[in-house]
Design a protein around this ligand. Structure first.
Ligand code: PLP
Length: 862
């Protein structure tokens, strides 16, 4: 037996083991805790009270203006006021954070770690003040100092360390973890540049500018310059006996921790996201420096810091860049070294690791954590190979986020050989044993073995990260019922046959109602609280059902409609200020905001808009007065290398220009593309929607989360039978959603038809053919610009635009009629929708992870 499996050898928990997150208190002979340092009373008196009144708050803000910013009443502006306010609020967060981490260290609960390469946080101040219950006091305090809270909140930059849904999900989950009092930490990367800023050129093209979000400094992060990890790249790996190896040489990069406190709502429980930043290990390469090669010396230092320079802007698309693999390993290695250090501080034998630690892999991005933990256990801790694999496979759980083939990560073996030679050996060894067991279970099924192998053969071998993630995890989940079913029956079917279906689960995504209703929609939130008599619904979203009692009350309906009108006016004001365009806030607001992607089919929406425009053009002035006025809003970023997505943006912008300038459409149709979609823009748009569009080709959208945000805010849903749309309809009632389009089982057959028995669009959908013809007429700019787009529909039509177009128009017609014919019924639908969205709280999702996957308990912080 290895000495590391020997409890006796490791003995009892060490005393006074200091780490950045706490220490073990020393006890005297009677078991009473000893104060660790200096005079206890002096220490305790030094802690600021957390139940501050307005006076304490203004004092704290003024104190920070004067001593942190070195400014005064004479020269303080909104940005400065924001910074001082953030520093004041942060004190409360940190006091709770300390208490929480101290409790974890003392009680040693099992902890969950959420590894996510993206955290799309948005702004923090408003959320922090609400969660601390201090918003009103800060508002009053700022008012006394001559600022409005609104201006101050608006001065904060978004932390956009994510692309879209996956990154926002991670942010919602840490919020829920803290609120539900679960010992949950996030681990991520501290990118110097977050998601690019999107600019729209006069011709409608997307331009990208860097996002230097740290330029004004970030008051929400606590640098932990003493919490570091060495991360090796390159060098060579040597194999010893019994699966062990030695990895040496290459280049070492230093990971430095930055902590970001995550407050729960109405609880002291305050969790953490630890973001790693890369630093060169030794400032300079001294050898090159001494040789007089200054440029080269600095180059080494640049290349190390480069690792955390920038977030990759691809959503649902794998690009295979070497620096991206370096980011992934850097982050996994630093996080595991940190987790291992914390575990060892408990004094438990290593065999206890999976009883104290569970690691959730957010997509395949952190899959390298699996071979890395193997490497630590086998090479460094000298745990026998099979025992180590037992530990690993009881530690990890994996969330799959997509079935799109272009999104599945596969790294060239040659790249591993160069950067991670030891991990490559470990993966080969794991694969060898694994394929033998596949052969035993399915003798002679060589195709199955080829499909399940961790290595894809072909022109240059590639490592299949999803296969590795499944092999190394004890549970695998999809993110909505339909998606989890597709995972089980398509991309991971072989693995279900091999491991049994029990390993494969569903956890439908969720959103935090704190940010996505209370914070972004005060008008509706206040009405709900007033109606239900308390704010308890924010922590038990099913309580929204109580609104159903009032659905037919005309006074309540009026107030409900007034809240929506208020949010539409707020958005109209923003549009006026930013684009200089006046929109009629009485019109129906029809919103589609999400990453621009062919599978999400913004194309279907804009083609439908053109159809609407042509219909209006063909009407008499008299007929036009009967049209339901619409404002159609788009927003979203295209990956900089995704040419077709950028062309779709360009089409939307140019179609908008023509329609918005046409007197025939005036007052009845406005089409706008709002640049630079972000969490903060989402917070403004979502409460203002009457209808929102979630119209992906069936079977392509894993879950979607903005569908949940819109419905929670009383916007109705127009969508395909896909992702979480299905479960939303189950909850709110199919009579309250507008569904259209082909279903998932039909998709494969339709694609087959397109390939082998294509039918001209003219025959399939004359309406669509007319729209395509209109585009090619030059009305929206030269036909040659749009030809490649039109061709994707005429030839192949992989996303089934032509198959779903007529059905989409039909659904839009029903939306128009429902909105115009019976406005009161529409309001009732809106109330019912919000009232029945309880299931989609991320609190429900995170508790499902805690209970069904992590086997972890909540821990109250006093
Ligand atoms: C919620 C959210 C998303 C995800 O939107 P989907 O429509 O589910 O793809 C993307 N970006 C931002 C800023 C979000 O808040």
């Amino acid at each position: 037996m290895s000495k590391l499996f020997d409890t006796q050898a490791l003995g009892k928990p060490r005393r006074h083991v200091r780490s950045a997150t706490g220490y073990f208190p020393e006890t005297d002979a009677t078991g009473k805790e000893k104060w660790p340092r200096g005079d206890e009373e002096t220490w305790k008196a030094g802690l600021r009270s957390v139940d501050a009144d307005v006076n304490d708050i203004t004092k704290s803000i003024v104190h920070h203006i004067q001593t942190s910013l070195a400014r005064q009443a004479y020269n303080i502006d909104n940005l400065g006021a924001y910074q001082a306010t953030a520093l004041a609020a942060r004190e409360d967060l940190i006091i709770n954070w300390n208490q929480t981490q101290m409790t974890y260290t003392r009680k040693q609960p099992k902890r969950a770690y959420y590894l996510s390469l993206e955290f799309l946080m948005g702004r923090t101040l408003d959320n922090a003040l609400l969660n601390l219950g201090l918003k009103e006091k800060f508002e009053t305090g700022l008012d006394k100092l001559g600022f409005t809270l609104e201006d101050v909140l608006d001065s904060e930059r978004d932390a956009a360390l994510g692309n879209g849904g996956l990154g926002r999900l991670a942010a919602c989950y840490v919020d829920s973890g803290a609120t539900c009092e679960i010992p949950l930490w996030g681990y991520g990367l501290r990118y110097h540049y977050g998601m690019f800023q999107q600019l729209i050129a006069p011709d409608g093209s997307q331009l990208e500018a860097p996002d230097p979000w740290l330029d004004n400094s970030n008051p929400w992060e606590i640098p932990r310059l003493d919490v570091t990890a060495d991360v090796r790249f390159g060098g060579h790996a040597e194999k010893l006996d019994k699966g062990r190896g030695i990895w040496s040489g290459g280049q070492e990069v230093l990971a430095v921790a930055y902590d970001c406190p995550i407050p729960g709502s109405d609880t002291k429980s305050t969790n953490n996201i630890r973001f790693w930043s890369a630093r060169p290990r030794r400032g300079f390469d001294l050898q090159s420096f001494n040789a007089g090669d200054y440029d080269r010396a600095v180059e080494t230092s640049n290349s190390a810091a480069n690792i955390t320079n920038v977030l990759y802007p691809n959503d649902n698309h794998y690009a295979g860049k070497s620096l991206r693999l370096q980011q992934q390993y850097f982050w996994c290695a630093a996080s595991l070294s940190d987790i291992m250090r914390r575990f060892k501080n408990t004094g438990q034998p290593i065999s206890e690791f999976p009883n104290h630690v569970v690691i959730q892999l957010n997509d395949t991005h952190p899959t390298l954590a699996i071979p890395e933990l193997m490497r630590i256990l086998v090479d460094e801790e000298e745990v026998p190979w099979d025992d180590a694999w037992q530990i690993v496979t009881r530690t990890f759980a994996f969330t799959n986020h997509t079935v799109l083939p272009e999104a599945l990560e596969k790294w060239p073996v040659s790249l591993f050989q160069q950067l991670l030679p030891r991990h490559l050996q470990i993966i080969y060894d794991l694969n060898w044993t694994f394929l033998q067991s596949v052969e035993r279970k399915f003798p002679g099924d060589v195709d199955k073995m080829a499909r399940m192998s961790l290595i894809e053969e072909g022109h240059g071998q590639q490592i299949r990260m999803a296969n590795l993630a499944v092999l190394g995890s004890f549970k695998v989940n999809g993110v909505a019922e339909l998606h989890s079913e597709l995972v089980r029956t398509t991309i991971l079917k072989d693995f279900v046959d091999f491991f049994g279906v029990d390993k494969f689960r569903n956890v439908t995504n969720g959103i935090t109602p704190r940010r996505w209703l209370d914070q972004c929609n005060p008008a509706l939130s206040n009405l709900i609280t007033e109606t239900l008599g308390s704010r308890a619904w924010l922590k038990d979203l099913y309580l929204l059902k109580g609104l159903l009692e009032h659905e037919s009350d005309p006074t309540f309906q009026k107030k409900w409609a007034a809240a929506k009108a208020n949010n539409k006016e707020r958005l109209a004001k923003y549009i006026k200020n930013t684009l200089g365009v006046t929109v009629d806030s009485k019109a129906m607001f029809d919103i589609q905001v999400k990453r621009i992607h062919e599978y999400k089919r913004q194309s279907l929406n804009i083609l439908g808009v053109i159809h609407r425009y042509l219909t209006i053009k063909a009407m008499s002035p008299e007929e036009r007065t009967k049209v339901t006025p619409r404002v159609v809003l788009f927003a979203g970023k295209a990956a900089p290398g995704y040419w077709m997505a950028k062309l779709i943006i360009r089409l939307i912008v140019n179609v908008g220009k023509v329609i918005n300038a046409d007197p025939d459409a005036k007052g009845i149709l406005t089409v706008l593309f709002l640049p630079d979609y972000s969490v903060s823009l989402a917070e403004l748009l979502i409460p203002a929607s009457d209808i929102s569009e979630h119209i992906s080709t069936a079977g392509t959208e894993a879950s979607g989360t903005s569908n949940m945000k819109f419905c929670l805010n009383g916007g109705l849903l127009l969508g395909t039978v896909d992702g979480a749309n299905i479960e939303i309809a189950e909850e709110v009632g199919e009579e309250n959603v507008f569904f259209f389009g082909h279903l998932t089982p039909a998709v494969e057959e339709l694609r087959y038809q397109h390939r082998y028995h294509p039918m001209p669009v003219e025959k399939k959908s004359p309406a669509l053919a007319a729209v395509l013809e209109d585009i090619m007429s030059g009305r929206y700019g030269d036909a040659s610009i749009w030809e490649p787009f039109v061709n994707t529909i005429r030839q192949g039509d992989y996303y089934l635009i032509s198959d779903d177009f007529d059905s989409y128009l039909q659904a839009q017609k029903m939306v128009d009629e429902a909105y115009t014919k019976d406005p009161q019924q529409w309001i009732k639908k809106s109330i019912q929708t919000t009232a029945k969205m309880g299931k989609f709280s991320s609190d429900r999702a995170i508790m499902t992870y805690a209970e069904e996957i992590w086997n972890i308990e909540t821990l109250k912080i006093n």
